[in-house]
Design a protein around this ligand. Sequence first.
Ligand code: CU
Length: 645
Amino acid sequence: MSEKREVKPETVGIGRRRFINTAALAGLTVGVAACNDKPANAPAAAASGPVAAPAAAHSGGANATHLKPGELDTYYGLWSGGHNGDVRVLGLPSGRELLRIPCFVPDALVGWGITNESKAVMGTKADGSLRYTVADTHHLHGSYKDGNYDGRYAWVNDKINSRIARIRLDYFICDKITELPNVQGFHGIFPDKRDPVDPAINYTTRVFCGAEFAIPLPNDGKDVNAPEKYRSMFSCVDAETMEMRWQVLIDGNCDLTATSYDGKLAATNQYNVENGVHYEDMMSAERDACLFFNIARIEEAVKAGKFKTVGSSKVPVVDGTREANKDPKTALTAYVSVPKNPHGVNASPDQKYFICAGKLSPTATVIELAKVLDWFDGKMEKVDGAIVAEVEIGLGPLHTAFDGRGNAYTTLFLDSQVVKWNVEAAIKFHAGDKNAKYVVDRLDVHYQPGHINATHSETVAADGKYLAVGCKFSKDRFLPVGPFHPENEQLIDISGDKMVLMADHPVRGEPHDFIIFKRDIVKPKQVYDLNEFPLAVKDAKESGVFRNGKKVTVKLTSQAPAFSLREFTVKKGDEVTLILTNLDKIEDLTHGFAVPKYNIQFVINPLETKSVTFIADKPGVFWAYCSTFCHALHLEMRTRMIVEA
Ligand SMILES: [Cu+2]
């Protein structure tokens, strides 16, 4: 096929952002389609003057990530932002950061944590101030339908304060946050891919959450010196309501989380089966575990009332400890042993295996899910019989991605490498065929890689195109900027037999996990719907100051380049709630609202409504102005807030 990417004439004149979706819907994904059948490891098309073929953007090599001005990426990446507490949206293969979605912590750009609506999502104390202002997002996963991403939601964890946030992928905003009761160090997270029982529900309805740190239950200060009583729990959150469904009390801890494609199993890796509270104690056992949860049985037990509650929480807690789950026929959980302090657990896109990375062991363990179900059905005596391979792959294996062609790609933290290995060959080798060569390729990365993910890797649509690697250390890869280095997200072409390093991307610390999907998975809306906001000021004529004792409501609208009120007056000591609706409905016509000395700033997108509540405690004149450039008369766009003494 032609290397040249054609832009058809009918796309000229329609907005570029709409073009993405139009193109996708019409099957006009020229760039992607054009290179699926490119030979493996073909060198990038050399730049040949001003019309250098942008198709090179999809075929690896050094030029591949440079898009021409105005050219759009073919994939979205959703990245966790670590202790920035946010989610980042990247375009790939360019690696350009397009958006940061605030969720757990305040964001000064958009006014997250300032407006009443965002504070309601984030959670407040009795006095109206934010309950938390720090967070640590690690793992991010999208909602599924028919085994692939459906573009509805993404979820991300907050390790510090045990919260889960949901991102709506129509507006790319956080709409709900839930705090998990009675757990600490909430780390791994994974949505289910379908219901374990009801075949009609072939989409995500639950999100599973693993808690890394064991704590006294309840954690009320009584059992602090009795480590043997410390426990961890595995939690299930309803994907739609974001309410807690249930928790499972377990032995050991939870780390990363994975779910099966049939909805029947979820699992978490355990690096501390010892239940140690001191560093040394956590590494004494030679084998830890991958702990499987039988979802249907857990929910039956909850329904049958076989649960307790902990502390003031009303969430049902079922018993998933080893002692209570010895009989496979009734067991809710199964502890499959894996070597010393494993880390990532990842579901292969052929739907058959979970792969556990060894971390302190140079191995990957392949667990066959059908055999785990056999154990639950009483057809297999020892649950470790589900281990179909345990092979050496290199030092410090952490996380695994897939290409949909039977190959796994595992990060080797200590070796600073990605190792590509073939899962079926590893199974053959483990079964005794010493001629089976399971390691296919190795690639140096820079440096100390942690998370790894490939395009649609943990879906049935894994396409084996790009692999992104989150390198925790960048060392000498970028201009020095003092002691605090950026991290290095590297992009690798995996369409051929050999991995090809394409690009380094410096990123502000500290992303962890991420997912990458084709751009046609989501259909982002450019303009809000007035009806989504109960407080919307739908007509400029509704503007005004409405007093009820000392409580004052100021309603106003924005339409470039003016606010509906040229001025408004309140009295010192009033509790003012200001409601602003942006009546501009043109794509990209966002305004801002900033009030000097009152610590108020937020942006207001087309047809969006936001509100803020504050005490007018400082008398004087305050020019509230539009903070987001909107018009040639943007500087004139202001309103005079008069606070009478
Ligand atoms: Cu404006």
